[in-house]
Design a protein around this ligand. Structure first.
Ligand SMILES: *[C@@H]1O[C@H](CO)[C@@H](O)[C@H](O)[C@H]1NC(C)=O
Ligand SMILES: *[C@@H]1O[C@H](CO)[C@@H](O)[C@H](O)[C@H]1NC(C)=O
Ligand SMILES: *[C@@H]1O[C@H](CO)[C@@H](O)[C@H](O)[C@H]1NC(C)=O
Ligand SMILES: *[C@@H]1O[C@H](CO)[C@@H](O)[C@H](O)[C@H]1NC(C)=O
Ligand SMILES: *[C@@H]1O[C@H](CO)[C@@H](O)[C@H](O)[C@H]1NC(C)=O
Ligand SMILES: *[C@@H]1O[C@H](CO)[C@@H](O)[C@H](O)[C@H]1NC(C)=O
Ligand SMILES: *[C@@H]1O[C@H](CO)[C@@H](O)[C@H](O)[C@H]1NC(C)=O
Ligand SMILES: *[C@@H]1O[C@H](CO)[C@@H](O)[C@H](O)[C@H]1NC(C)=O
Ligand SMILES: *[C@@H]1O[C@H](CO)[C@@H](O)[C@H](O)[C@H]1NC(C)=O
Ligand SMILES: *[C@@H]1O[C@H](CO)[C@@H](O)[C@H](O)[C@H]1NC(C)=O
Length: 362
């Protein structure tokens, strides 16, 4: 068995290899402002995700009836999505069913531009556990940050993995139970404490691919067997609460301290997108209607049916010259009426329908 610190080292290697990159490091240069979420929102992941909010940054994802599937079907696939928004402290609640299988890693990552990072990671050989982790400014010199937490049936059930993040402390919760707390001062007096605006990323990757380092493959539980796939992580729903409201977040200097982050006021692009009326299905539009409106539509539909029936009768009346309908309607004898009706219908089909088509009202 691995020692805890070796496991930590391996976890570190794996984590850093996964989805931890930045396009512009504000510690070295001046970067564009980070668009904020600036609000709270819950996404049901069993519907096509809005690509203005969730960007597929690698591979393809699939929508299932219970969530979004992240699958490894073939060698080196690692579908990943990333929020286009950033949160500056807040809550990220992810309902996840991990992928099982040696060499397969499922993950939820909060990642900032200067590589502050908060993780949940599921290593597929252990379907009753999850690892928690964090990094400050991409500092990878310590190997004892990973936490190991028991979760029953993590690969066959959705569980609620929540991080609660403030400038003072970081908490990891599983199904409503607090499993780990990191205080600002306990992360090398804050220097390793995640404290800058972060995106939210979901993904799966083959840590056990033969191209990975031996350490990563061992951390991932051995080499992945692609033939035994596909390997599937499912995200059922996600709630994100940004603790700041505003349009964007700016680094005012190169310190990477949370005090240096300026919150630019205004409505965030994400919030505007979220409050924009989504394209609704007919069933959803119906469900949204008031009882009065529904009654109105029922009446309208009834009127339409009555109107159609009326039109139909008019059509028959138009045939009055033939004398048949009138005769049928006036006839008190049911059998005669029916006979006349049948005769009429036969005539009607032959003459009107075939020659002229259906002309309800002339
Ligand atoms: C930013 O600078 C630090 C040292 O100041 C360096 O370690 C890091 O690699 C640099 N990052 C980028 C993205 O250039
Ligand atoms: C989405 O991800 C792709 C691939 O990483 C990237 O090129 C693109 O700029 C991203 N789009 C947004 C809106 O972030
Ligand atoms: C998505 O999940 C929600 C909540 O469980 C459910 O009400 C809804 O019917 C599901 N939608 C689809 C398309 O399966
Ligand atoms: C899986 O991980 C959890 C949390 O570390 C641990 O309690 C459990 O014993 C592990 N199970 C196996 C089979 O390694
Ligand atoms: C990186 O973290 C280690 C402890 O985990 C700490 O000793 C070291 O000072 C940190 N490096 C920087 C540049 O903060
Ligand atoms: C979600 O649905 C998939 C099939 O579409 C199934 O394999 C998986 O077990 C389901 N997960 C839960 C927790 O119901
Ligand atoms: C998920 O866990 C968080 C933290 O305990 C809790 O606040 C939230 O209500 C839970 N979500 C659901 C749907 O139970
Ligand atoms: C990989 O999985 C396939 C299908 O389940 C199985 O037949 C094969 O023996 C496995 N290979 C190894 C090396 O375990
Ligand atoms: C960065 O800005 C913050 C807030 O204005 C300030 O407290 C801090 O001293 C600055 N740090 C550096 C290194 O300039
Ligand atoms: C922000 O949104 C609110 C409500 O949607 C709107 O009333 C307000 O004018 C918007 N503010 C800006 C600066 O666009």
């Amino acid at each position: 068995m691995f020692s805890r610190s070796l496991l930590g080292l391996l976890a570190l290697v794996g984590s850093v290899a996964a989805q931890t990159y930045t396009n512009c490091d504000p510690l070295n240069k001046t970067c564009p402002a980070d668009p904020a979420l600036g609000t709270e929102h819950t996404w049901q992941f069993n519907t096509t995700l809005d690509d203005k909010i969730w960007n597929v940054t690698n591979g393809e994802i699939t929508t299932a009836s219970n969530g979004t599937m992240f699958q490894i079907k073939e060698k080196l696939q690692s579908p990943t999505i990333e929020s286009t928004f950033y949160i500056f402290f807040g809550i990220v609640e992810s309902h996840v069913q991990m992928a099982s299988g040696a060499g397969v890693v499922s993950s939820v990552v909060l990642e900032s531009d200067d590589l502050d990072e908060i993780d949940w990671e599921w290593v597929g050989y252990n379907t009753s556990g999850v690892q928690s982790n964090y990094y400050g400014k991409g500092n990878t010199t310590s190997y004892d940050r990973a936490g190991y937490h028991y979760v029953p049936n993590a690969a066959t059930e959705f569980h609620n993995y929540t991080t609660h993040w403030t400038h003072e402390k970081l908490e990891w919760w599983i199904d409503g139970e607090l499993v780990r707390t990191l205080l600002y001062e306990d992360a090398v007096d804050g220097r390793n404490y995640p404290q800058t605006p972060s995106t939210v990323r979901y993904g799966i990757w083959p840590g056990g691919d033969p191209s990975e380092s031996t350490g990563t493959i061992e951390w991932a539980g051995g080499e992945i067997n692609y033939t035994a796939g596909p390997y599937t992580m499912i995200v059922e729903k996600v709630r994100v609460h940004d603790f700041h409201t505003g349009k964007s977040y700016e680094y005012t200097n190169h310190s990477g301290d949370w005090q240096s982050i300026k919150v630019v006021s205004g409505n965030s692009t994400a919030e505007v997108e979220l409050t924009k009326a989504p394209a609704k299905t007919l069933a959803e539009k119906w469900a949204d209607l008031s009882t009065g409106a529904k009654i109105g539509i029922y009446c309208g539909a009834a009127a339409f049916v009555v109107g159609s029936a009326g039109a139909f009768v008019l059509f028959f009346l138009n045939q009055r010259k033939k004398g048949r309908l009138e005769h049928a309607l006036e006839d008190t004898k049911f059998s005669a009426e029916r006979t006349e009706m049948q005769n009429f219908q036969t005539d009607w089909r032959q003459s009107e329908w075939k020659n002229n088509g259906y002309r309800p009202v002339q």
